[in-house]
Design a protein around this ligand. Structure first.
Ligand code: ZN
Length: 448
């Protein structure tokens, strides 16, 4: 077998033939030619026989490594004149427009980026993090499922922060498919508004209405038709295969001045439930754009607030110990943080012993811990809605009487969001965040 044939099989690139193979000290260079003779615009599907000129040098793409060898694809490309995009270098079937890597290589990067940490990926593929970011963006732009926002019924809107709460990202999860379907930088009502704007884009502005029949035709010489043509299709709104959005003719059954309820056709109108935190920003946007949807409070956020309250109590107590100059007690107590915040079933033996000591000592921290566990208790699996209603009522009265400021505040917040919390229990919205988002959060954090 000839070397070029062997390499043609090895690199398996679509639409090319291998002209020449060269070995250099640190890499293998495979020179290829395009099989197609027509030039294709990289931005659109326009193709032409007309060639503007030839690039003065080879274009280079990195392909999947060949054992210890880095593999480069070299190809001399031509330029074309696209009527829309102007003078451009022709597209190649094995790489995305503007990429310095082949499609296969970019696929590998995108797949690994979701699986391994930053350092591993950089060292394994010998590319820097910015390049990885650009590759992931290119792959996502091309592979994003255009139907991902269709058929959403139960969603969760949530924010994640990184860089010590300096940067926020809002993510939308489809609870039924357990997938993140949308995301943008920023948080609160503004971010949710952007989601709804993308869910139901404004229709394109309608083209000017055709001349009404009682006006003279635009050209005085033209003969006025005996019968004004009937509009072919009566469709008051898009999308429709033959009529673009906003181009329809109002249906005859509508009274003049009556507006169609946009919610009837909007994808936001399908939403049954939206789960979120208790800050109120997302709720405001949901009430505006999807009035019919039940607003649920993600149990995750309630438990998170309880943990924060507990941590506040713990910190106050620790500061008190230090002020009282009880160095030993302060030191012992410092390590207690994780024992208190972790789920009891996940504690190590040593942590469990620390926790037992804190409980035995009693006092504020011990009481705060019991309250935190009581909050977590209302979301235990297997409880009926009636059970939860009773537990919640008891919890609220306990929190109101507990004399620990952070927990009294927590009680007020829970009372305010009682309906949303119960709605989440009723609709069984619980695992969405932990399962779908946490992986993404890990990835985002590792991207720094
Ligand atoms: Zn073009």
């Amino acid at each position: 077998m000839r070397v070029t044939t062997a390499f043609s099989r090895l690199v398996r690139l679509p639409g090319v033939w291998v002209k020449k193979v060269r070995f250099e000290p640190d890499r293998v260079i495979v020179e290829v030619g395009l099989r197609r003779k027509k030039l294709v615009c990289p931005e659109c599907s326009y193709s032409t026989w007309a060639r503007k000129d030839k690039r003065p040098a080879d274009s280079v793409w990195r392909h999947l490594d060949l054992g210890v060898w880095a593999l480069e694809i070299h190809c001399r490309r031509r330029r074309l004149w696209c009527p829309v995009h102007g003078a451009l270098t022709e597209a190649v079937p094995f790489a995305r427009a503007g990429a310095e890597f082949t499609r296969d290589f970019e696929w590998l990067v995108a797949w690994l980026a979701a699986k391994v940490d930053k350092t591993t990926l950089q060292r394994m593929l010998r590319i820097d993090w910015r390049t990885i970011g650009r590759i992931v963006k290119r792959v996502c732009d091309e592979e994003l499922d255009p139907g991902r926002l269709d058929g959403l019924f139960e969603i969760g809107i949530d924010e994640v922060s990184w860089k010590r709460q300096h940067k926020y990202l809002t993510l939308v999860v489809d609870h039924l498919r357990r997938q993140v379907v949308w995301g943008c930088e920023g948080a609160g009502a503004a971010a949710a508004d952007r989601f709804f704007a993308e869910l139901d884009p404004e229709p394109a502005s309608p083209s000017p209405a055709p001349n009404p029949p009682d006006q003279p035709p635009p050209y005085p010489d033209a003969k006025r038709p005996a019968v004004w043509p009937e509009p072919a299709i009566m469709v008051p709104f898009g999308p429709c295969p033959t009529v673009p959005a906003g181009h329809g003719i109002p249906g005859g059954w509508l009274e003049l001045g009556v507006e169609l309820e946009p919610g009837m056709f909007a994808r936001a109108g399908l939403l049954d439930a939206v789960s979120m935190d208790m800050t109120g920003g997302y709720a405001k946007s949901v009430r505006e754009h999807a009035r019919q949807a039940t607003i649920c409070v993600d149990p995750y956020h309630v438990v998170q607030l309880a943990n924060q309250a507990l941590d506040e109590v713990r910190r106050d107590y620790w500061n008190e110990l230090r002020r009282a100059d009880d160095q030993q007690a302060a030191k012992r107590f410092k390590d207690a943080r994780w024992c208190l915040l972790k789920r009891p079933e996940k504690l190590t033996d040593e942590q469990a012993a620390t926790l037992a000591r804190i409980k035995a000592a009693g006092g504020e921290v011990s009481r705060a811990y019991t309250l935190k566990e009581a909050v977590r208790g209302i979301f235990e699996p297997g409880l009926s809605l009636e059970d939860v209603e009773i537990l919640l009522k008891r919890l609220l009265s306990r929190l109101a009487r507990c004399r620990l400021k952070p927990f009294i505040r927590l009680g007020k917040t829970i009372r305010k969001h009682r309906d949303g919390i119960l709605a989440a229990i009723r609709l069984g919205i619980n695992q969405g965040r932990t399962e779908a988002i946490n992986n993404k959060v890990r990835l985002i954090r590792s991207c720094g």
